[in-house]
Design a protein around this ligand. Structure first.
Ligand SMILES: NC(=O)C1=CN([C@@H]2O[C@H](COP(=O)(O)OP(=O)(O)OC[C@H]3O[C@@H](n4cnc5c(N)ncnc54)[C@H](OP(=O)(O)O)[C@@H]3O)[C@@H](O)[C@H]2O)[C@@H](O)CC1
Ligand SMILES: Nc1ncnc2c1ncn2[C@@H]1O[C@H](COP(=O)(O)OP(=O)(O)O)[C@@H](O)[C@H]1O
Ligand SMILES: [K+]
Length: 669
């Protein structure tokens, strides 16, 4: 069977909508009489059963604890629990709020589920509440023990109705449960998330405690292995740090009409990125393909000059011009003999990577002098009344990184000036504009602060991290927000940001015509560079680890197809890629990223020609490969015999080889 990509399904998987928009899209379906609560319950139960099966636990022998709040989220949890109970699971619902919806209680208890109210203020007919503070405390401790010993926790305390940070019983439970779950990003980081010595966690709609619309984690919250998200993704599913708490996402397709719905956040995927890789044309010459000028590196940090220049050359620039002192210039020439030294016409600039800030540079720094001259020559950004097109004419697209970030005219920059700070650099930049903020504040509220910088400067902001946020201003309305979390955490290595700056420069140069005619494309171009950086890291490290991956789409009318697909996508054996013992791959250094950039683009350019086969039968063959030794301990892939290795389906054909090498499962493509 060949995978056919439906553009609207694809859009649904990578766009998130505000709580308000979700309510607007839900309303007409409720008016039609769609039993959404029941559909949500069915989807959550199917996912729960699947998670248990991934962990080799029979549903009929499983113990499931539902943390049920008093709103719609708790109601979903109880409907899911009713289904699991009718499949033979032992299910207990811990009521965390004042009440439970009577219809859901009836369904749940009718199927054999039991309910334990935890709050003194709870009023749930037939189920007595604790009467005193000490009874409430005892009940809470028993509840925590229960969550420690069960197989699966269904977190249905709060969903899109959560206001502020968690309080009362939900807060206390979340604090205790999160304490048991050591790593927030368990599902993404571990090779095999299903066989850990702790209960699995399924979040209903969103992990309780996260900031649904802003992606923060304002207080206690429960990180999930899987989040079953209803109708459409919420911003917390894409934005850091909340997105790290979502684990794998199952998106239940209610068939919302998203065609005109305002998108709050968009995640980058391979298809969007591929569309921004400029293909060479026969009518091209080196100039039309895009010339990048770099003022990067310094006597002190010559390596940054090499990394950024080579990254630009390997990312499709027709020519690289390098400007800098003797030591970095010589280093660039020996790594990249085709680099042209000195100033000349360019389509985009990369300024500041590996250049010291004013505070750090003890004497007049040659690079800083050149950068100020280039900035000064690029028009008076602060001149009032210039529209985006006039600003574009007076200023080339440019990447402002590291040491150049403190040299900007700070306000009214054109949107095609791209600032690429990490959290520390953004804190300094904001401080220079009068904001009181630390790097740690920015890590806690990255969207808020990236937006603040965008509002204050007018520039496009790329805030680096495991999930990188790109935010670009729009003439009318809210800024456009992209996220990209394709790369493995191995990307956090010295010089990685210099490579990113070079990629950005190449994309800005090669897409300068598009940017001139449609300045609103700047966010997409910028985010594409970050995504390409992530793909290069995957290739270099042989890693399939992602800070974020596309959700699996569930159509509740074809649950069997979904189950089959999810089993493949989540199976450890399936995800073990070529040349690596686990899907985590191995560490990399920044030069290796540069070397993988060409392969990354080849793969993206080949996308339209790849017919992606779903390896439905092959996975079964793979599963027969011995995975345990005689003492039932898992054996690593490296200890398999040559012949067994050859049986791995991902090495079967060149097409699969490419996908496996890249670490992209076809099902997630
Ligand atoms: N609409 C639909 O048709 C559909 C809805 N669906 C589902 O319903 C969900 C939305 O349901 P909702 O609107 O009832 O709110 P919900 O998320 O359950 O939270 C409210 C409860 O949480 C509590 N609570 C709130 N803040 C809190 C805090 N800080 N700390 C502690 N507690 C806090 C609050 O308690 P209170 O403040 O009253 O003490 C109240 O009891 C949605 O996410 C999806 O799962 C889907 O099935 C699709 C169809
Ligand atoms: N935990 C992480 N997972 C994946 N990528 C990360 C992580 N932390 C940082 N990165 C990426 O690594 C790069 C680091 O850039 P930067 O801090 O500027 O490094 P340098 O200054 O050493 O070149 C950025 O692209 C960032 O998005
Ligand atoms: K929840």
């Amino acid at each position: 069977m060949t995978d056919v990509i439906n553009p609207l399904d694809n859009k649904l998987k990578k766009t998130a909508y505000s709580t308000e928009t979700i309510h607007t899209m839900t309303r007409p379906l409720l008016q039609e009489g769609r039993p959404l609560m029941e559909e949500a319950g069915k989807a959550a139960a199917t996912t729960a059963a699947l998670m248990l099966s991934m962990a080799d636990i029979e549903v009929s022998h499983s113990q499931v604890v539902i943390l049920a709040g008093s709103g719609g989220n708790g109601c979903n949890g109880l409907f899911a629990g009713a289904r699991l109970a009718s499949m033979g699971a032992k299910v207990i619902a811990l009521a965390t709020g004042h009440c439970l919806q009577p219809k859901a209680v009836e369904e749940f208890t009718g199927a054999g589920g039991n309910i334990v109210p935890l709050s003194r203020e709870a009023s749930i007919p037939r189920f007595p509440s604790p009467q005193t503070a000490s009874q409430e405390q005892d009940k809470l401790q028993q509840a925590v023990k229960l969550t420690q010993s069960c197989d699966l926790i269904i977190d249905a305390m709060t969903g899109i109705g959560q206001h502020g940070s968690l309080h009362a019983i939900p807060e206390k439970l979340a604090e205790q449960i999160k304490g048991q779950i050591e790593n927030q990003t368990t599902a993404m980081l571990s090779a095999d998330p299903w066989h850990q010595h702790r209960p699995l966690v399924e979040a209903i709609d969103v992990p309780s405690g996260v900031g649904v619309d802003d992606g923060t984690v304002p207080g206690a919250y429960i990180p999930a292995d899987v989040t079953v998200c209803f109708g459409a993704l919420k911003p917390c599913c894409l934005l850091p740090p909340a997105a790290y708490a979502c684990g794998n996402i199952v998106l239940v397709d209610f068939k919302f009409d998203i065609s005109h719905a305002p998108v709050a956040v968009e995640a980058m995927d391979t298809h969007s990125c591929a569309s921004l890789i400029r293909k060479a044309k026969f009518s091209d010459n080196k100039y039309t393909r895009g010339v990048v000028g770099l003022v990067t590196g310094s006597e002190q940090y010559p390596g940054a000059a090499v990394l950024s220049s080579c990254a630009a050359a390997n990312s499709g620039a027709g020519m690289v011009r390098y400007i800098g002192p003797e030591r970095p210039s010589n280093a660039v020439l020996s790594a990249l003999p085709e680099a042209v030294l000195g100033e000349g016409k360019v389509q985009a600039w990369v300024l500041g990577s590996g250049v010291s800030t004013a505070i750090a540079s003890k004497q007049t720094d040659q690079q800083r002098t050149i950068i100020s001259r280039i900035l000064a020559a690029h028009g008076d950004f602060t001149k009032s009344g210039m529209d985006e097109n006039q600003k574009h004419d007076s200023c080339r697209p440019m990447v402002i990184d590291a040491g150049a970030l403190d040299m900007l005219p700070l306000r009214q920059l054109p949107s095609h000036v791209v600032l690429t700070p990490h959290t520390g650099e953004l804190a300094s930049l904001l401080a220079s504009m009068g904001e009181t903020v630390t790097a740690s504040d920015i890590s806690s509220k990255p969207l808020y602060w990236a937006r603040r910088a965008c509002d204050l400067t007018g520039a496009t902001i790329l805030l680096k991290g495991g999930i990188t946020i790109v935010i670009s201003p729009r003439n009318n309305g809210d800024p456009k927000i992209f996220t990209t979390g394709f790369g493995p955490a191995w990307l956090a290595t010295a010089g990685s940001g210099d490579v990113l700056a070079g990629i950005e420069g190449a994309l800005l140069a090669s897409q300068s015509e598009i940017l001139a005619s449609d300045p609103s494309q700047i966010g997409l171009v910028t985010a594409s560079a970050a995504f390409l950086h992530g793909i290069a890291a995957s290739l270099a490290s042989h890693s399939q680890q992602r800070a974020w991956r596309l959700p699996l789409l569930m159509d509740t009318r074809s649950i069997e197809d979904f189950t089959h697909e999810a089993k493949q996508a989540w199976s450890y054996e399936y995800r073990v890629g070529r040349n690596s013992a686990t899907p985590l791959g191995h560490p990399i250094h920044a030069s290796e990223l540069v070397n993988s950039l060409k392969d990354a683009q080849e793969l993206l350019l080949a996308l339209p020609y790849l017919h992606i086969e779903r390896p439905s039968e092959q996975v079964h063959v793979d599963k027969q490969v011995q995975t345990e030794d005689t003492n039932n301990r898992p054996i690593s892939d490296r200890s398999r015999t040559e012949t067994e290795q050859q049986n791995l389906p991902l090495e079967a054909s060149s097409q699969e080889h490419t996908q496996a090498f890249l670490g992209i499962d076809p099902l997630w493509f």
